[in-house]
Design a protein around this ligand. Sequence first.
Ligand SMILES: [Fe+2]
Length: 313
Amino acid sequence: MASGDTLDQLYADFANLNMEGGWHRRFPALWPEPRRNFLPHVWHYAQVKPILDRAGLLVDTTQAERRNLTMFNPVEGNTYSTVRTIVAAYQMIRPGEIARSHRHTPNALRLILEGRGTYTVVDGTRVEMRPGDVLLTPSMAWHSHANDGGNDCYWMDFLDVPLVHLLEPMFYEPHPDGVEADPTRAEVSPIAFRWEETRDRLDAQQALVGLGRPVAVDLGPPQLASIALRMIRVPAGAVTAPTRTTANNIFAVVRGSGRSEIDGQAHIWSFGDTIAVPAWRPFEHFADEEAVLLQVSDAPVLERLGWLRTQTS
Ligand SMILES: [Fe+2]
């Protein structure tokens, strides 16, 4: 050591240059396996719906671009993301309302919970939305929503906004005309996965594996670049295989009720609930009555990077 010099002086000089010694980190940069940062959590639709109804009376769609309630994970310091890369939200639209058209970098999808008479317009195509349907809004596609029916309509949105925040390529643009003029109506659309079709595919899987066992079908193609979608049916009394994965997952309850064991803790759920299962938290789902869950995950991102590891026992 040079005379008079000290390690403390060396560290102070590093810090003045915005540098830190690799042997002297305040926080480690590497660790043996994924940390369990985000927390498992369940949001209950029965609690959310009255809040959305109150918002429906207090906030109209001229005030709010979207009348939605995002679900932020209760991990300390977080105010937005549901899991690390994905945000989920409940949204309600009242009869006669229009949610104006816009487009943005984040990929989005919707799962319709309740209400009929709503439609979405995606890149000039008008597609009706009904309960159990899943509709995609790929990155930078124009999209608006409207309710021509007589009832309030409720759905869930899932977006990769937190991933865009991490990587920074955010662009957002309102449509210059408010909404797209003269959209083409389409009952069949590649961006719409109809409940009846999904149910039939699940039935076909069930016939293959036999009654009483969980079955799953992937939605797509087309697929969003960053989000994989799978519909899972768990018969009454059945349980899914215990799983641990580097992918972040959100499960939405499309039908039925049950509970999930996530990292050793039980979380009960029923129709419309949202279950956050952050990366590397072991999980399995038990159905009390026949349940259908929509699995929304960032697996495509991890897979493309070679970082997807999934253990199923
Ligand atoms: Fe949007």
